[in-house]
Design a protein around this ligand. Structure first.
Ligand code: ARG
Length: 617
């Protein structure tokens, strides 16, 4: 099924065409959108355009409504058989009702593996900047968002048939890493038994030792500017201490390929990434070693990047440094420091060129903390100026910073432990998994629970899925640009707009289908009669359009809202329309088929969000 077959989309398109046909020039600015009807007896949708159009045309609204109805049903728009003859109500509303057969045919059309979602045939791929951890640092709650939102946006694009490249732009190069290495080596730390906690401490100590401007540095750390911004800040200090000198020497050795340094550096990455993949796997993301393309992988291109900007006269000298200036902002973008060092921005220029040109992407999406907005604005504009965002076939790649808000604690301040430290992401995830397991185990104790008698290992697997769903859904279901309060009690509830609620709805559907068992005739025709049945059917038909809209707008929340709607509409349907107890086998089988389609949509939707869907709960 494609959008043209989706009857709701067809009626929507026809409404626009009918308003244009009746209004001509006057149709501009008139809202031709369909509104869901307030009451089932009014039909499925209302078209309210007649009033606005009448005003502009200086005609009577009900007369315009008559014309609109005629235009809608004109053979050219092909709605015969899709909707019943429109009814005119009140001052000129048009009440529209889909024909039950059209609903049944459309449902049958989407009832296959694709669930109506046709793959988008595009010659280019999409790159998503995900995760972006910094080597030698623990993943904290900020990385939850770049990892979860990034992976889900990637899944949305995959689901609509696009080729997707996840890119993990690790902070694995530069002065902060060299400082950490120097600190570890000078303290003769055993690299074989090194763990991430030790590394993290070394990282912090090294930074503290080398810091000049304590206040500025503290602010930079608090603002998650990233290690490079922080290092940049430090090096601006005139009074570079001995520690800094040592760190810079360490960097030179690392850069020149000193074997000891390189071995130690690789070990640092290995220790960090082991932890990162533990979290990524627990979170059920598809972020893997193939996604790694850290800052270090662009190190040999930086001089050439800068040269290219200089040759194009886009970079100019400024007090010994090189900067790119923009007409519409005072702040220039620094791409080479006075001492010849490159910057976070320089690396991002090289990475962006690679993503568009080598990975062949017509869209590059950076799922990174909203506070890096200015940075990406500069990087994107510089790339556009120099032409790196244009593909060889002339297509202009869309560059997007999907900036996310901060995760807050109950006090509405950035989430911290009681001692003021960042929460380790793994600790947060573990807390959620424990809560999930507890909830699942309590339920399983009830004799009638579908999970009753399952072995502890299976209950633990379900509990893990529930805990992770709680965290991911809470992160995905809001507007990603906004901050949100991390409240595990709310997130993990089995009622309300939560991940576990959706999982529970899915598991109920699975149980129902299991009970239906062999008697279910999979090919029974859909029969959409009761109002609750209609509402569920109409919603399910929106699945393909919702998926496409969610992917194109980068709003996983749209899919969340849709699935929550499906779960609640299903509940109403199930309380109003008996399924297995229905005598008439035609109706029973039709309803079982509707239940199955609902289950499949929920399962597929949860899968696209990257949320597990256990069959029992
Ligand atoms: N490592 C960076 C930080 O912690 C995030 C990387 C984001 N991606 C990028 N291409 N700059 O701030």
């Amino acid at each position: 099924m494609n959008a043209v077959q989706d009857p709701v989309a067809r009626v929507e398109a026809a409404a626009v065409a009918a308003v244009e046909a009746v209004g001509g020039d006057a149709a501009t600015g008139v809202d031709a959108a369909l509104k869901p009807s307030a009451k089932p007896e009014f039909g499925d949708f209302q078209l309210n355009a007649a009033m606005a159009l009448a005003k502009k045309l200086g005609r009577k609204p009900r007369e315009v409504a008559v014309d609109l109805a005629a235009a809608l049903m004109s053979p050219a728009l092909g709605l015969k058989g899709v909707i019943a003859e429109p009814e005119i109500a009140g001052p000129g509303f048009l009440n529209l009702r889909l024909e039950p057969d059209a609903l049944a045919i459309a449902l049958a059309g989407m009832d296959d593996d694709r669930l109506g979602i046709e793959p988008e045939m595009k010659p280019h791929g999409v790159t998503i900047d995900v995760c972006g951890v910094n080597v030698a640092k623990q993943m904290h709650v900020g990385h939850l968002r770049s990892t979860v939102i990034g992976d889900t946006v990637a899944r949305l694009f995959e689901r609509i048939g696009r080729t997707v490249h996840r890119q993990n732009h690790l902070g694995d190069w530069g002065l902060p890493i060299a400082m950490t290495l120097h600190s570890l080596l000078s303290r003769k730390v055993d690299f074989a038994t090194l763990d991430l906690d030790t590394l993290n401490v070394a990282y912090r100590d090294a930074q503290l030792e080398a810091r000049g401007d304590g206040r500025g540095l503290a602010a930079a750390i608090a603002n998650h500017c990233g290690p490079h911004r922080i290092a940049e800040l430090e090096t601006q200090e005139e009074s570079a201490g001995a520690a800094q000198t040592a760190a810079r020497e360490a960097l030179v050795r690392l850069q020149s390929g000193d074997a000891n340094m390189v071995t130690a550096w690789k070990r640092l990455i290995e220790v960090t990434m082991k932890e990162v993949y533990r979290a990524c796997d627990l979170l059920g993301t598809k972020i893997a070693p193939e996604s790694e393309r850290g800052e270090s992988s662009f190190r040999d291109e930086l001089a050439e990047v800068v040269d290219t900007f200089v040759r194009s006269e886009l970079a100019v000298e400024d007090d010994g440094a090189l900067v790119v200036r923009f007409d519409d902002r005072d702040r220039p973008m620094l791409i080479r420091k006075r001492d010849g060092g490159f910057l976070y921005a320089t690396t991002d220029l090289a990475a962006l060129r690679y993503r568009v040109q080598e990975l062949d992407s017509d869209e590059v999406i950076y799922v990174v903390d909203a506070r890096q907005r200015d940075h990406f604005r500069d990087v994107f504009d510089a790339c556009r100026k120099i032409g790196w965002s244009t593909l060889p076939d002339g297509v202009e790649s869309k560059l997007v910073h999907l900036g996310f808000g901060t995760v807050l604690g109950a006090d509405k301040k950035p989430l911290k432990t009681r001692s003021g430290a960042n929460f380790k992401l793994m600790d947060l995830l573990q807390a959620a998994v424990d809560r999930g397991t507890e909830a699942v185990t309590i339920r399983a104790a009830e004799p009638h629970a579908p999970t009753h008698g399952l072995p502890p290992s299976e209950l633990a697997a379900i509990g893990r899925a529930v805990g992770i769903a709680a965290i991911k859904y809470a992160d995905l279901s809001g507007d990603s640009a906004r901050d949100y309060v991390f409240d595990l009690d709310r997130m993990i509830a089995f009622e309300g707009d939560t991940g576990p609620y959706l999982q529970y709805a899915h598991a109920r559907l699975c149980s129902l289908l299991e009970k239906a068992g062999d008697e279910a005739d999979t090919d029974a025709s859909f029969r959409i009669e009761a109002p609750e049945e209609r509402r569920l059917a109409l919603l399910l038909l929106r699945y393909p359009a919702t998926m496409q809209a969610a992917a194109h707008s980068l709003e996983a929340s749209r899919l969340c809202r849709f699935l929550y709607g499906v779960a609640t509409e299903f509940s109403s349907f199930y309380s109003a329309c008996p399924v297995l107890k229905t005598e008439d086998s035609g109706i029973r089988n039709a309803r079982i088929r509707l239940v199955r389609l609902t289950r499949n949509v929920l399962r597929d939707g949860l899968g696209t969000l990257g949320i597990g869907a256990p069959t029992r709960m």
